[in-house]
Design a binder for this molecule. Structure first.
Ligand SMILES: Nc1ncnc2c1ncn2[C@@H]1O[C@H](COP(=O)(O)OP(=O)(O)OP(=O)(O)O)[C@@H](O)[C@H]1O
Ligand SMILES: [Mg+2]
Length: 379
Protein backbone atom coordinates (compact mmCIF):
# COMPACT_ATOMS: atom_id res chain seq x y z
CA UNK A 1 0.00 0.00 0.00
CA UNK A 2 1.27 3.48 -0.71
CA UNK A 3 2.26 5.63 2.28
CA UNK A 4 -0.60 7.69 3.75
CA UNK A 5 0.90 11.00 2.70
CA UNK A 6 3.27 11.73 -0.12
CA UNK A 7 6.82 12.71 0.83
CA UNK A 8 8.37 16.02 -0.31
CA UNK A 9 10.14 14.08 -3.10
CA UNK A 10 6.91 12.90 -4.71
CA UNK A 11 5.54 16.38 -4.21
CA UNK A 12 8.38 17.98 -6.18
CA UNK A 13 7.91 15.66 -9.17
CA UNK A 14 4.53 17.22 -9.65
CA UNK A 15 6.07 20.69 -9.70
CA UNK A 16 7.13 20.82 -13.32
CA UNK A 17 5.33 24.03 -14.29
CA UNK A 18 7.26 27.25 -15.03
CA UNK A 19 6.26 28.59 -11.60
CA UNK A 20 7.03 25.36 -9.87
CA UNK A 21 7.73 26.79 -6.44
CA UNK A 22 4.44 28.71 -6.46
CA UNK A 23 1.41 27.06 -4.98
CA UNK A 24 -0.94 30.05 -5.15
CA UNK A 25 -0.81 33.24 -7.20
CA UNK A 26 -3.47 35.95 -7.07
CA UNK A 27 -3.20 38.67 -9.66
CA UNK A 28 -5.23 41.87 -9.02
CA UNK A 29 -8.17 39.92 -7.64
CA UNK A 30 -11.30 42.01 -7.18
CA UNK A 31 -14.57 40.87 -5.61
CA UNK A 32 -17.59 43.11 -5.68
CA UNK A 33 -21.02 42.38 -4.19
CA UNK A 34 -24.10 44.22 -5.35
CA UNK A 35 -27.03 44.89 -3.08
CA UNK A 36 -29.88 47.41 -2.75
CA UNK A 37 -27.46 50.04 -1.44
CA UNK A 38 -25.19 49.67 -4.46
CA UNK A 39 -21.87 48.03 -5.16
CA UNK A 40 -19.59 46.94 -2.36
CA UNK A 41 -15.96 46.06 -3.11
CA UNK A 42 -14.85 43.37 -0.66
CA UNK A 43 -11.46 42.58 -2.28
CA UNK A 44 -9.77 45.58 -3.84
CA UNK A 45 -7.25 44.16 -6.30
CA UNK A 46 -5.15 41.67 -4.35
CA UNK A 47 -1.74 40.44 -5.47
CA UNK A 48 -0.36 37.53 -3.51
CA UNK A 49 2.04 34.65 -4.01
CA UNK A 50 2.29 31.68 -1.68
CA UNK A 51 5.09 29.19 -2.28
CA UNK A 52 5.00 25.44 -1.83
CA UNK A 53 5.65 24.33 1.71
CA UNK A 54 4.62 27.59 3.35
CA UNK A 55 2.41 27.61 6.44
CA UNK A 56 0.49 30.87 6.14
CA UNK A 57 -1.86 32.55 8.60
CA UNK A 58 -4.38 35.06 7.26
CA UNK A 59 -5.63 37.48 9.89
CA UNK A 60 -7.84 40.53 9.88
CA UNK A 61 -10.86 42.05 11.59
CA UNK A 62 -14.32 40.58 11.12
CA UNK A 63 -15.62 41.61 7.70
CA UNK A 64 -12.17 42.48 6.32
CA UNK A 65 -12.49 39.84 3.56
CA UNK A 66 -10.64 36.77 4.91
CA UNK A 67 -13.26 34.18 3.97
CA UNK A 68 -13.89 35.87 0.63
CA UNK A 69 -10.15 35.64 -0.07
CA UNK A 70 -10.09 31.92 0.83
CA UNK A 71 -13.11 31.28 -1.35
CA UNK A 72 -11.21 32.78 -4.29
CA UNK A 73 -8.43 30.22 -3.71
CA UNK A 74 -10.76 27.25 -3.32
CA UNK A 75 -12.87 28.18 -6.33
CA UNK A 76 -16.00 28.13 -4.15
CA UNK A 77 -16.75 31.72 -5.18
CA UNK A 78 -15.85 33.64 -8.36
CA UNK A 79 -13.76 36.80 -8.48
CA UNK A 80 -15.27 39.83 -10.23
CA UNK A 81 -11.88 40.49 -11.79
CA UNK A 82 -8.30 39.24 -11.82
CA UNK A 83 -6.70 35.83 -12.01
CA UNK A 84 -6.14 32.99 -9.55
CA UNK A 85 -3.60 30.25 -10.27
CA UNK A 86 -3.43 27.35 -7.83
CA UNK A 87 -0.95 24.50 -8.24
CA UNK A 88 -0.39 25.47 -11.87
CA UNK A 89 -4.09 25.73 -12.84
CA UNK A 90 -5.80 29.00 -13.76
CA UNK A 91 -8.87 27.94 -11.83
CA UNK A 92 -11.38 30.37 -13.35
CA UNK A 93 -10.44 29.49 -16.93
CA UNK A 94 -11.94 26.00 -16.58
CA UNK A 95 -15.59 24.92 -16.34
CA UNK A 96 -17.48 24.55 -13.07
CA UNK A 97 -17.39 20.75 -13.26
CA UNK A 98 -13.69 20.67 -14.14
CA UNK A 99 -13.08 22.98 -11.20
CA UNK A 100 -15.01 20.71 -8.91
CA UNK A 101 -12.87 17.72 -9.87
CA UNK A 102 -9.74 19.87 -9.70
CA UNK A 103 -10.71 20.90 -6.16
CA UNK A 104 -11.12 17.30 -5.08
CA UNK A 105 -7.62 16.42 -6.22
CA UNK A 106 -5.78 19.56 -5.20
CA UNK A 107 -7.42 20.88 -2.06
CA UNK A 108 -8.19 19.71 1.42
CA UNK A 109 -10.66 22.13 3.01
CA UNK A 110 -11.33 22.55 6.74
CA UNK A 111 -14.17 24.79 7.94
CA UNK A 112 -14.93 26.28 11.33
CA UNK A 113 -18.03 24.10 11.61
CA UNK A 114 -16.73 20.69 10.75
CA UNK A 115 -19.54 19.57 8.46
CA UNK A 116 -19.13 15.86 9.11
CA UNK A 117 -22.00 13.64 8.00
CA UNK A 118 -23.79 12.68 11.23
CA UNK A 119 -24.95 9.23 10.08
CA UNK A 120 -21.46 8.05 9.08
CA UNK A 121 -18.71 6.90 11.44
CA UNK A 122 -15.52 8.93 11.68
CA UNK A 123 -13.78 6.36 9.47
CA UNK A 124 -16.53 6.57 6.84
CA UNK A 125 -16.44 10.36 6.92
CA UNK A 126 -12.70 10.27 6.22
CA UNK A 127 -13.19 7.79 3.34
CA UNK A 128 -15.85 9.91 1.64
CA UNK A 129 -13.58 12.20 -0.45
CA UNK A 130 -11.71 9.13 -1.72
CA UNK A 131 -14.86 7.98 -3.52
CA UNK A 132 -15.19 11.33 -5.16
CA UNK A 133 -11.75 11.48 -6.78
CA UNK A 134 -11.37 7.70 -7.05
CA UNK A 135 -7.84 7.89 -5.70
CA UNK A 136 -7.15 4.65 -3.84
CA UNK A 137 -8.12 1.09 -4.65
CA UNK A 138 -11.48 0.40 -3.05
CA UNK A 139 -10.15 -2.29 -0.65
CA UNK A 140 -7.31 -0.05 0.51
CA UNK A 141 -9.49 2.87 1.53
CA UNK A 142 -10.39 1.81 5.10
CA UNK A 143 -6.76 1.10 6.02
CA UNK A 144 -5.64 4.40 4.51
CA UNK A 145 -8.39 6.32 6.33
CA UNK A 146 -7.42 4.56 9.54
CA UNK A 147 -3.81 5.73 9.16
CA UNK A 148 -5.04 9.30 8.80
CA UNK A 149 -7.20 8.97 11.91
CA UNK A 150 -4.22 7.52 13.76
CA UNK A 151 -2.13 10.49 12.70
CA UNK A 152 -4.62 12.90 14.31
CA UNK A 153 -4.89 10.67 17.40
CA UNK A 154 -8.31 9.14 16.75
CA UNK A 155 -7.63 5.50 15.90
CA UNK A 156 -9.64 4.30 18.89
CA UNK A 157 -12.65 6.42 17.95
CA UNK A 158 -12.82 5.37 14.29
CA UNK A 159 -16.12 3.50 14.53
CA UNK A 160 -17.97 6.16 16.51
CA UNK A 161 -20.48 8.61 15.08
CA UNK A 162 -19.47 12.31 15.12
CA UNK A 163 -21.90 13.19 17.91
CA UNK A 164 -20.36 10.53 20.16
CA UNK A 165 -16.99 12.32 20.24
CA UNK A 166 -15.89 15.76 21.45
CA UNK A 167 -15.90 18.94 19.35
CA UNK A 168 -12.13 18.84 19.17
CA UNK A 169 -12.21 15.24 17.97
CA UNK A 170 -14.77 16.15 15.32
CA UNK A 171 -12.49 18.89 14.03
CA UNK A 172 -9.49 16.54 13.99
CA UNK A 173 -11.65 14.12 11.97
CA UNK A 174 -12.40 16.94 9.53
CA UNK A 175 -8.64 17.43 9.16
CA UNK A 176 -8.12 13.71 8.49
CA UNK A 177 -10.90 13.97 5.90
CA UNK A 178 -9.15 16.98 4.29
CA UNK A 179 -6.06 14.77 3.92
CA UNK A 180 -7.93 11.84 2.38
CA UNK A 181 -7.04 12.65 -1.22
CA UNK A 182 -3.42 13.53 -0.43
CA UNK A 183 -4.01 17.03 -1.84
CA UNK A 184 -0.92 19.27 -1.83
CA UNK A 185 -2.80 22.29 -0.42
CA UNK A 186 -4.80 22.50 2.82
CA UNK A 187 -7.05 25.52 3.26
CA UNK A 188 -8.71 26.16 6.62
CA UNK A 189 -11.15 28.91 7.64
CA UNK A 190 -10.91 29.50 11.39
CA UNK A 191 -10.37 25.80 12.07
CA UNK A 192 -9.77 26.46 15.76
CA UNK A 193 -12.70 28.85 16.16
CA UNK A 194 -14.66 26.38 18.29
CA UNK A 195 -11.79 24.63 20.04
CA UNK A 196 -10.17 25.08 23.43
CA UNK A 197 -6.53 26.19 23.36
CA UNK A 198 -5.11 22.71 24.07
CA UNK A 199 -6.96 21.15 21.12
CA UNK A 200 -6.12 24.17 18.95
CA UNK A 201 -2.43 23.63 19.71
CA UNK A 202 -2.70 19.92 18.91
CA UNK A 203 -4.19 20.89 15.58
CA UNK A 204 -1.28 23.20 14.83
CA UNK A 205 1.11 20.34 15.76
CA UNK A 206 -0.59 18.21 13.10
CA UNK A 207 -0.37 21.09 10.59
CA UNK A 208 3.35 21.46 11.40
CA UNK A 209 3.89 17.79 10.66
CA UNK A 210 2.01 18.13 7.35
CA UNK A 211 4.17 21.10 6.35
CA UNK A 212 7.26 19.01 7.14
CA UNK A 213 5.90 16.41 4.72
CA UNK A 214 5.68 19.03 1.97
CA UNK A 215 2.08 20.28 2.21
CA UNK A 216 1.17 23.96 1.86
CA UNK A 217 -1.27 25.28 4.45
CA UNK A 218 -3.29 28.49 4.39
CA UNK A 219 -5.27 29.15 7.55
CA UNK A 220 -7.54 32.02 8.54
CA UNK A 221 -7.40 32.65 12.27
CA UNK A 222 -8.35 35.23 14.89
CA UNK A 223 -5.92 33.80 17.42
CA UNK A 224 -2.58 35.67 17.76
CA UNK A 225 -1.07 32.75 19.71
CA UNK A 226 -1.45 30.60 16.58
CA UNK A 227 0.08 33.09 14.15
CA UNK A 228 3.31 32.86 16.14
CA UNK A 229 3.53 29.23 15.00
CA UNK A 230 3.11 29.78 11.26
CA UNK A 231 5.92 30.67 8.87
CA UNK A 232 4.18 33.74 7.49
CA UNK A 233 1.35 36.08 8.50
CA UNK A 234 -0.74 37.93 5.95
CA UNK A 235 -2.98 40.71 7.23
CA UNK A 236 -6.03 41.83 5.29
CA UNK A 237 -7.65 45.14 6.23
CA UNK A 238 -10.71 46.53 4.52
CA UNK A 239 -10.24 44.32 1.45
CA UNK A 240 -6.56 45.17 0.96
CA UNK A 241 -3.40 43.25 1.87
CA UNK A 242 -1.00 44.96 4.22
CA UNK A 243 2.60 45.10 3.05
CA UNK A 244 4.40 42.27 4.84
CA UNK A 245 7.45 44.46 5.46
CA UNK A 246 5.25 46.87 7.44
CA UNK A 247 3.86 43.94 9.46
CA UNK A 248 7.39 42.79 10.33
CA UNK A 249 8.81 46.24 11.07
CA UNK A 250 5.87 47.61 13.06
CA UNK A 251 3.92 44.54 14.21
CA UNK A 252 2.04 46.24 17.03
CA UNK A 253 0.36 48.96 15.01
CA UNK A 254 -3.37 48.98 14.41
CA UNK A 255 -4.34 47.50 11.05
CA UNK A 256 -5.66 50.83 9.77
CA UNK A 257 -2.29 52.43 10.43
CA UNK A 258 -0.47 49.56 8.74
CA UNK A 259 -2.80 50.01 5.78
CA UNK A 260 -2.05 53.74 5.64
CA UNK A 261 1.70 53.02 5.58
CA UNK A 262 1.19 50.34 2.91
CA UNK A 263 -0.65 52.85 0.72
CA UNK A 264 1.56 55.89 1.28
CA UNK A 265 5.08 54.46 1.55
CA UNK A 266 7.40 55.08 -1.36
CA UNK A 267 9.22 51.98 -2.70
CA UNK A 268 12.85 52.35 -3.67
CA UNK A 269 15.82 50.15 -4.58
CA UNK A 270 19.36 51.07 -3.62
CA UNK A 271 22.41 49.53 -5.29
CA UNK A 272 25.09 47.65 -3.28
CA UNK A 273 27.34 49.96 -1.25
CA UNK A 274 25.31 53.08 -2.07
CA UNK A 275 24.66 55.60 0.72
CA UNK A 276 21.04 55.81 1.90
CA UNK A 277 21.52 58.26 4.77
CA UNK A 278 24.64 60.33 5.14
CA UNK A 279 26.02 61.23 8.56
CA UNK A 280 24.72 64.61 9.69
CA UNK A 281 22.04 64.76 7.01
CA UNK A 282 18.52 65.75 8.14
CA UNK A 283 16.24 62.68 8.27
CA UNK A 284 12.78 63.12 6.74
CA UNK A 285 11.56 59.53 6.52
CA UNK A 286 11.30 56.23 8.31
CA UNK A 287 12.95 53.42 6.33
CA UNK A 288 11.83 49.78 6.41
CA UNK A 289 13.95 47.07 4.76
CA UNK A 290 11.98 44.82 2.43
CA UNK A 291 14.85 42.86 0.88
CA UNK A 292 18.61 42.81 1.37
CA UNK A 293 20.52 44.36 4.27
CA UNK A 294 22.18 47.64 5.25
CA UNK A 295 25.23 48.61 7.27
CA UNK A 296 24.96 51.36 9.87
CA UNK A 297 28.33 53.09 10.25
CA UNK A 298 29.63 55.53 12.82
CA UNK A 299 29.89 59.20 11.94
CA UNK A 300 32.83 61.59 12.51
CA UNK A 301 36.44 60.51 12.52
CA UNK A 302 35.36 56.94 13.09
CA UNK A 303 33.71 56.60 9.68
CA UNK A 304 33.78 53.08 8.45
CA UNK A 305 33.29 51.55 11.87
CA UNK A 306 30.27 49.23 11.78
CA UNK A 307 27.55 49.97 14.32
CA UNK A 308 24.92 47.52 13.16
CA UNK A 309 23.87 45.29 10.31
CA UNK A 310 20.13 45.51 9.65
CA UNK A 311 18.16 42.94 7.68
CA UNK A 312 14.76 42.57 5.99
CA UNK A 313 11.92 43.47 8.34
CA UNK A 314 14.05 45.93 10.35
CA UNK A 315 13.79 49.71 10.29
CA UNK A 316 16.04 52.75 10.61
CA UNK A 317 15.71 56.51 10.83
CA UNK A 318 13.47 56.24 13.90
CA UNK A 319 16.04 57.71 16.30
CA UNK A 320 16.33 60.93 14.31
CA UNK A 321 12.57 61.16 13.64
CA UNK A 322 11.67 60.69 17.29
CA UNK A 323 14.38 63.00 18.60
CA UNK A 324 14.14 65.56 15.82
CA UNK A 325 17.81 65.46 14.87
CA UNK A 326 20.20 64.85 12.02
CA UNK A 327 21.55 61.39 11.21
CA UNK A 328 23.83 60.27 14.04
CA UNK A 329 25.23 57.54 11.80
CA UNK A 330 25.36 56.77 8.08
CA UNK A 331 23.50 53.95 6.44
CA UNK A 332 24.72 52.13 3.32
CA UNK A 333 23.35 49.27 1.30
CA UNK A 334 25.06 45.92 1.92
CA UNK A 335 26.57 43.71 -0.76
CA UNK A 336 23.25 43.15 -2.57
CA UNK A 337 20.61 45.58 -3.86
CA UNK A 338 18.28 46.72 -1.09
CA UNK A 339 14.53 47.26 -1.45
CA UNK A 340 13.19 49.85 0.96
CA UNK A 341 9.90 51.37 2.00
CA UNK A 342 10.18 55.05 2.88
CA UNK A 343 7.46 56.68 4.97
CA UNK A 344 7.29 60.46 5.61
CA UNK A 345 8.14 61.92 8.98
CA UNK A 346 4.94 63.86 9.68
CA UNK A 347 2.67 60.88 9.05
CA UNK A 348 4.96 58.62 11.07
CA UNK A 349 4.92 60.98 14.07
CA UNK A 350 1.11 61.26 13.96
CA UNK A 351 0.70 57.47 13.83
CA UNK A 352 3.14 57.00 16.72
CA UNK A 353 1.16 59.55 18.73
CA UNK A 354 -1.95 57.37 18.28
CA UNK A 355 -0.08 54.12 19.01
CA UNK A 356 1.27 53.97 22.56
CA UNK A 357 2.33 50.31 22.34
CA UNK A 358 4.38 50.91 19.21
CA UNK A 359 5.80 54.12 20.70
CA UNK A 360 6.96 52.13 23.69
CA UNK A 361 8.50 49.36 21.54
CA UNK A 362 10.30 51.92 19.38
CA UNK A 363 11.47 53.77 22.50
CA UNK A 364 13.16 50.56 23.60
CA UNK A 365 14.86 50.11 20.20
CA UNK A 366 16.05 53.73 20.28
CA UNK A 367 17.45 53.30 23.77
CA UNK A 368 19.36 50.12 22.85
CA UNK A 369 20.73 51.63 19.66
CA UNK A 370 21.86 54.85 21.39
CA UNK A 371 23.61 52.78 24.03
CA UNK A 372 25.39 50.78 21.31
CA UNK A 373 26.29 54.06 19.60
CA UNK A 374 27.73 55.49 22.83
CA UNK A 375 29.84 52.40 23.54
CA UNK A 376 31.20 52.13 20.00
CA UNK A 377 31.88 55.89 19.70
CA UNK A 378 34.05 55.71 22.80
CA UNK A 379 35.91 52.58 21.77
N1 LIG B 1 -22.53 36.81 -0.45
C1 LIG B 1 -22.32 38.05 -0.01
N2 LIG B 1 -23.11 39.08 -0.39
C2 LIG B 1 -22.88 40.33 0.04
N3 LIG B 1 -21.90 40.68 0.87
C3 LIG B 1 -21.08 39.71 1.29
C4 LIG B 1 -21.23 38.34 0.88
N4 LIG B 1 -20.26 37.62 1.47
C5 LIG B 1 -19.53 38.48 2.21
N5 LIG B 1 -20.01 39.73 2.10
C6 LIG B 1 -19.48 40.93 2.77
O1 LIG B 1 -18.09 41.02 2.46
C7 LIG B 1 -17.34 41.48 3.57
C8 LIG B 1 -16.23 40.50 3.87
O2 LIG B 1 -16.80 39.29 4.31
P1 LIG B 1 -15.93 38.04 4.74
O3 LIG B 1 -16.87 36.96 5.11
O4 LIG B 1 -14.92 37.74 3.71
O5 LIG B 1 -15.19 38.60 6.04
P2 LIG B 1 -14.28 37.85 7.10
O6 LIG B 1 -13.01 38.64 7.18
O7 LIG B 1 -14.17 36.41 6.77
O8 LIG B 1 -15.08 38.06 8.46
P3 LIG B 1 -15.28 37.09 9.73
O9 LIG B 1 -14.03 37.27 10.56
O10 LIG B 1 -16.45 37.67 10.43
O11 LIG B 1 -15.47 35.70 9.25
C9 LIG B 1 -18.33 41.62 4.70
O12 LIG B 1 -18.68 42.98 4.80
C10 LIG B 1 -19.51 40.81 4.28
O13 LIG B 1 -20.69 41.33 4.78
MG1 LIG C 1 -14.83 34.66 7.70
Amino acid sequence: MKPPLSSPETESKQAASPHSDEMIRLHTVVKTYKNAAGEFKVLKGLDLTIRRGEFVAIVGKSGSGKSTLLNMITGIDHPTGGQVVVNGTDIYSITESQRSLWRGKNLGIVFQFFQLLPMLTLLENVMLPMDYVDLHDFEERPAYAMELLEMVGLKEQADKLPLAVSTGQQQMTAIARALATDAPLIVADEPTGNLDSKTANHMIDVFDELVRRGKTIVMVTHDPSLTSRTSRTIIIADGELIDETVVKALPLLRHRHMLEITRKAERMTVQPGETILDCGQPVDDLYMIERGSVNVMLADGKRGKLLAHLKAGELFGEIELLRGGKAIACVRAGTHPVDLLKFPRQDFLRIIEESPITAEALGKIVQDRLEEHRIKSRA
